[in-house]
Design a protein around this ligand. Structure first.
Ligand code: BMA
Length: 318
């Protein structure tokens, strides 16, 4: 993918103080992205100097210059969860009907689970529930039902790193009738030991194209220090547990200083994707440009661009 020349597009210094909780923010990264009323919205993951996490909205006409809201998101109903919640993070946004659903990771006393929230106007936000029975991260909803079911890609947390978090090496397809209760259906892909994507997790929500569901995911090469990169795969439209093709090469890897240096070095973490044009049947046009918003070094936000056609082509490089 091609980086925007004035990356990073959002830095901690751009985050306004939201007193008393956010003063001189430490980092802003891993944003959800969606088109809303002809604007591009980002849901920013902002970290303060207490290492607490807040979601802050930002909006833009052109997808480059963002105005950052001067309040953070308060989730109505979150108080119903009867255990300590430490962080909500890495939001992914999907429009389903008239509603916008936000899936995120929830760090709690009992572990890390998937949480779901929703909004219709990005002014008030409702917490829907904890939506994984077991530890999981990187949940992303498909933008429509397939054969009458809601679908998501998710990443069960099953690998315990030495001196590190519980993570995972498999992306799964799960289904649901009501968005609340989810059943794991099938493993979609596994990590490839020794190569760029040994550990993996879904990135932004999948995009419907005439060739299949286009999905960007992150892969981690487990060297002495992990290296986080982005890659692509194409999934069958009718049965997204079937992989049509998966790229051999990553499409974005840490190279620039703001990606290699920061609070967590060597991290590209793709979470938001904006497709410019869809046809009348809801398929992303092959020639459409796309904007990928990603966290860089868990410190800033980068923008990279490509086209649907080019990303599909990268899925086929064997
Ligand atoms: C992952 C997640 C991401 C983070 C990345 C790099 O496990 O926690 O939120 O960006 O690690 O630190």
């Amino acid at each position: 993918m091609e980086r925007y020349m004035n990356n990073p597009i959002i830095k901690p210094q751009d985050i306004p103080d939201i007193k008393p909780d956010i003063i001189n923010a430490t980092s802003v990264f891993n944003p959800g992205a969606i088109k809303f009323n002809d604007k591009i919205l980002l849901m920013l993951r902002v970290q303060n100097r207490a290492r607490e996490t807040y979601f802050v909205m930002a909006e833009s006409e052109d997808g480059i210059q963002f105005e950052i809201f001067k309040q953070y998101i308060k989730w109505e109903g979150l108080e119903e969860v009867k255990e300590n919640i430490y962080h909500l993070y890495d939001p992914r946004i999907t429009k389903l009907g008239k509603e916008y659903y936000i899936m995120f990771a929830m760090d709690m006393d009992s572990g890390c689970y998937l949480g779901l929230g929703k909004s219709i106007d990005f002014k008030s936000f409702e917490f829907v529930g904890v939506v994984s029975k077991e530890e999981n991260r990187n949940g992303v909803l498909f933008p429509e039902q397939v054969k009458g079911k809601y679908l998501r890609l998710d990443r069960p947390n099953k690998n315990q790193l030495v001196d590190g978090p519980l993570t995972g090496s498999e992306i799964w397809l799960s289904e649901s009738d009501d968005l609340m209760n989810w059943q794991p259906l099938k493993k979609v892909i596994s990590g490839r030991d020794h190569y760029w994507d040994e550990l993996i997790g879904a990135g932004p929500p999948p995009v419907k194209t005439s060739k299949g569901w286009l999905s960007i995911y992150h892969g981690i090469a487990m060297h002495y220090q992990p290296i986080y990169q982005a890659g692509v795969m194409l999934l069958d439209l009718e049965d997204p547990s079937k992989v049509i093709s998966r790229g051999r090469f990553n499409i974005l890897e840490p190279r620039e200083l703001y990606e290699t240096v920061g609070q967590v070095p060597n991290v590209i973490f793709p979470t938001g994707l904006i497709v410019d044009e869809y046809d009348e049947n809801g398929f992303a046009k092959l020639e459409s440009s796309v904007k990928l918003y990603y966290g860089a070094a868990d410190t800033v936000i980068g923008l990279a661009t490509s086209t649907i056609e080019e990303l599909i082509e990268k899925c086929h490089v064997e």
